[in-house]
Ligand binder design. Structure first.
Ligand SMILES: *Cc1c(COP(=O)(O)O)cnc(C)c1O
Length: 455
């Protein structure tokens, strides 16, 4: 089959692919957007239409869609050594250099890195590490995993069990032993008359109560995104991590920061845990790690977990885990370049510089009577649509308001993402002031159109 086919690209996409995380009525009505290439923060479809991608692909294409340095890094490494594994004591020089770099830029004095191909696999790997570690230390019953509602940790059976979204019930997930605490979203979860400080205290008390109920000696670890990304850009309530971290520490429960979205600049610092002032026991990285130019994930272990895992592995002579493409030399070469580009080529700097303009634009749109709140940090934000601003009452879900806003945006030449009743913006770090203004102008027109229809 080739271009001789009389069928449209949209029809061919429908016929040949099985869509994931895709609103099928929208695709049925509008057809998939079939893309051919990108330039800076713009992408182009088979009809030559241009879209400003205000989501950086899926949070990850932070350097845009044609970065010459990243393309050259990939080409050079493909020519030099196009693939190898990291099993049996063999490992590429690129993987060694990337591991060193990740520890160096991490909040840890010392540490060790384990490579995967995705964020889901990195979370899965971390859970297996914890199960292995506790069993090796004589506490095999210590297997429960604590996360929060609205968390997104991935889609493999274990990482989907960690994810706190109702859609996973169709798979009979979560698996037993995956416990979800309240999402620390003060605007939505705060009670009548409760201050933000009291709310944070209630979240801490819930953790304390959960540990007491389940028994600390049954809990393997606590995983948290510094800002919940796919949950709708939920910035934790003031002091949240300062309240929960000491409780976890007192009970010997490792705190794992899932930095798949926050890591490498999204919140304005290298790590989300830096932005929110806490030091985890390990970091999960992916997405921005390669600026989206290669599928790759990493578990970055702090000093204590590194030592404990090393001892556990030596006791049985190996850590029996790894993926064929873990530490792929091309992925590692790209990641080395991506980290350099984000940290040293002005990308992280651009996020910090334009964050006030970004937030001013969001605040302006949030004046709309049907935007309940804007929330965010750095270059990640959400605007939440409400039927009634005073009571925060959402629109009838049958109206699919956020889907309609996203579709109206697509018509305007803007890619943004509907998430629950919110619209998520996570622009690439290369965005210019003019492009940011273009993004808000297009989104503003889309909001006006949809709210005129539904309100
Ligand atoms: C995207 C994401 C994951 C999963 O990463 P995949 O590469 O899609 O498997 C895990 N955690 C967070 C916070 C994410 O945003």
């Amino acid at each position: 089959m080739n271009d001789q086919s009389p069928k449209t690209w949209e029809a061919r996409a429908d016929a040949a692919t099985f869509y994931g995380f895709t609103d099928l009525p929208t695709v049925k009505a509008r057809g998939a957007v079939v893309l051919t290439h990108g330039k800076g923060p713009y992408i182009y479809d088979v009809h030559g239409r241009e879209y400003l991608d205000a989501n950086s692909g899926l949070w990850n294409m932070v350097a845009g869609f044609d970065h010459p340095g990243l393309i050259a890094a990939a080409q050079e490494q493909y020519a030099r050594f196009p693939g190898y594994h990291a099993f049996f004591g063999r490992i590429s020089d690129q993987a060694v250099m990337l591991a060193e770099t990740l520890v160096e830029v991490s909040p840890f004095e010392t540490g060790k890195v384990f490579f995967t191909n995705s964020g889901s696999e990195a979370n899965d790997t971390m859970v297996k590490m914890l199960w292995f570690l506790w069993a090796s230390e004589g506490q095999p019953q210590r297997r429960k995993i604590l996360t929060r509602w609205n968390a997104y940790h991935g889609v493999t059976a274990v990482s989907a069990s960690m994810t706190g979204k109702p859609y996973n019930s169709v798979f009979g997930l979560p698996l037993p032993g995956f416990i979800h605490l309240t999402c620390p979203h003060y605007w939505r979860e705060g009670r009548e008359g409760e201050s933000e400080e009291q709310f944070t205290q209630r979240m801490a008390q819930e953790l304390e109560d959960t540990i007491a109920r389940e028994g600390a000696d049954t809990i393997a670890g606590f995983f948290a995104e510094p800002v919940q990304g796919a949950g709708g850009v939920i910035v934790p309530s003031q002091g949240y991590f300062q309240a929960v971290a000491p409780i976890l520490k007192r009970h010997g429960i490792p705190l794992i920061a899932d930095e798949v979205i926050c890591g490498f600049g999204r919140t304005g610092n290298t790590w989300g845990c830096e932005t929110f002032g806490f030091v985890p026991d390990a970091i999960i990285s992916s997405k921005n790690l390669t600026a989206g130019f290669f599928p790759m994930g990493a578990v970055i272990l702090g000093p204590e977990l590194s030592d404990r895992l090393q001892r556990a592995s030596e006791a049985i002579e190996e850590f029996p885990h790894g993926f064929t493409a873990s530490g792929h030399p091309v992925g590692c070469a790209i990641a080395l370049k991506a980290i350099d580009v984000v940290m040293n080529d002005g990308l992280a700097e651009n996020v910090r510089r334009l964050t006030p303009r970004f937030q001013a634009g969001l605040a302006k749109l949030a004046e709309h009577p049907h935007i309940g709140e804007w929330r965010g940090v750095g270059f990640m934000a959400a605007l939440e649509a409400v039927a009634d601003k005073a009571t925060k009452r959402p629109f009838d879900s049958k109206l699919s308001v956020s889907e309609r806003i996203a579709n109206a945006s697509t018509d305007e030449g803007l890619i943004c993402r509907p998430l629950g009743q919110s619209i998520v913006l996570a622009p690439p770090f290369i965005l210019t002031e003019a492009q940011m203004d273009e993004m808000f102008a297009k989104l503003g027109r889309a909001l006006d159109r949809v709210f005129a229809e539904v309100a």
